[in-house]
Design a protein around this ligand. Sequence first.
Ligand code: GLC
Length: 749
Amino acid sequence: MTTTPTTPADGLTRRRLLGTAGTAAVAGAAALAPVAPASATTPGRTASRDRRVEQLLRRMTRQEKIGQLRLANTVESAEEALTTTGLGGIFSVVGARAINAIQRKAVEGTRLGIPLIVGLDVIHGYTTNFPIPLGQAAAFDADVAADDARVSAAEARRSGIHWTFAPMMDVCHEPRWGRIAEGNGEDPYLTTVLAAVKTKAYQGSSLASATSVAACAKHLAAYGAPEGGRDYNTVDVSIQRLHNLYLPPFKAAVEAGAATVMTSFNTIAGVPAHGNADLVRGVLKDRYRFEGFVVSDYTGVQELIPHGQAADGRDAAREGIRAGVDMEMTSTTYVENAAALLASGAITQRQLDDAVRRILRVKLDLGLFEEPYVDEAGEVTAPTAATRRSARSAAARSLVLLRNEGDVLPIPRTGRIAVIGPLATATYDLNGTWAGLGTGASTTPPTTVLAAIEALATGTVVHEPGCDVSGRGTGGIDAAVAAARAADVAVLVLGEDATMSGEAAARSDIGLPGVQQRLAEAVAEAQPSTVAVLVNGRPLTLTALAAAVPAILEAWAPGLEGGRAIADAVFGATNPGGKLPVSFPRSVGQVPLYYNHENTGRPYDPDNKFTSKYLDVEDGPLYPFGHGLSYTTFEVSDVRLSRATMSRRGGSVSVSAVVRNTGRVAGDEVVQLYVRDPVASIVQPVRRLRGFERVRLEPGVRRRVTFELTPGDVGFYDGDARWRVERGEIEVYVGTSSQAPLAGSFTVR
Ligand code: GLC
């Protein structure tokens, strides 16, 4: 499917975000995209809902209102809150029976019986685990993300969960950051497409549906840009980069009807997100017209104290409420201080009512007043054949063939196969970070890569771990080498365990952990037909591995059915067609390294010393954004542009190209469209992804794919957060990675 977000941008800003207010530099048709959220409610139902909200608000006491702002994370704290401060919701409580029990205390044990909203981190699965979101992004296929969301939402809602803290949409140029695993990579366009698709798929046609959950666009904002890649660390980005790189997915999620948004732990230009009124009220609620509610990330409100924006809990509560953070997760500064803040005028009744109004809206849209309880008999306690098929397909489509010298892959099923490496027998590590917390998830181990290979092989399969994932011990390498030498082919299964990416899991060195590289070199020396399969949650520096082995298959943390998907690909039952959603650097010293970079005044020139480069490493990534090979070959040709000009005020230019399978087996190719504005008032990245389409072609077959470019695809936000579409040339690049060649250009008039 061709994908071009239709959210060009707005040109008018009612409040400044870290810049000067002002009207659009260039109005144009793209000036103010329709921002009214395409929420899961229709106008008629919205009016009825809003009437119910106002009626309820009028009946609520001040304390009952304040209580709605609290989100507790244990049954004990929830029970205590219901009899003291009041409570709006719970999270991280799993099990239909336990959820019904606490819900009954809210509905039947309080004066107004306002039901609790029940949240959980359903990031890439509830009971059925899909690949980590970074792997899903590698599929370059929005249906993969949608399938995860639909399956996860149905499993979660049937088990009593109303609200997931997903999709995470933090664009990230920092592979040292553990949470790069949880997002969709370094590109705002790909992340935007997937953010909108996933939001809609979680929420379905109605939030009240038995298979829908409220989505949560997180983490607002720029959480993926921590200095040094260290989680929770300082973020200091320019206004233009904030709006061009980090905010577009949130705008798209709001337009897709996201019911909730979560603020991020970090500062932006010195102001913590949880106390950042320009960001939360100014951009999200005013500019994007977000109508749902904002929840803090864990103790993010209370963390305004160590951040240095608040002296104590009272200050923190004041800053959070003023900023527009409606519900406080885990910490209790709101319920402890809101009454006094109201009495002193530090916060207003309007601010309190607005927060409660937003929360009640979502609860009503979820149908919680009509159906507060979950049918315990319907609780999902195990995957089904159908959800396993969906997870296996997602894992297969997320695989990226990084290297395949001599077409060593796929390997024959016959003969003697040595499966070597510490992750060959991994089970739950295949689920990666933020694995499903659902009932049944922890009692359903994924099939190991070894078992999956054994199931498909027709010859002999032997296994040697060789080493641990991160230990220094080398005692197992000799046995691994002997097994490889005696085999016809060796399959290395290497990478990271699930704890080495995700929250609070930054790595200063992103090479293969422990002595895995040493194992790989020893095995490959003994067995030339050696292939490496990687299970990991981030880009790794693979320069040494690529020098040692002829073939590398990137599998990410592939989820419940990942072992089987890997075996299918290794034997050629499937043909990998994924692409990298993040650049793989040659060395961690190159980081940050990303495709959508500025050209600089002295771009790298191998013939000129005084250009931007390192003395001790080759220029650019080992594997660039958009890279991915196949067991067949493809050719992209005959690029055509429908027009030579585009009006700033509207209109479009179609870009089409023919892609042909020039090899001997069927396969998938992802045709990618990039643009570049070579001269602009704010220098623009050398490439910006603006379209992708994954096509499956039989040998010899060709297809023409077509993309539509509009002013929204070529404009950008300037240093005052104003949307601009400027006159001048736009270069067009079409190909199969971010290194696609120049294919033509048109002029914006
Ligand atoms: C964590 C994460 C956030 C998650 C929340 C609830 O700290 O930052 O993404 O949704 O707490 O578990």
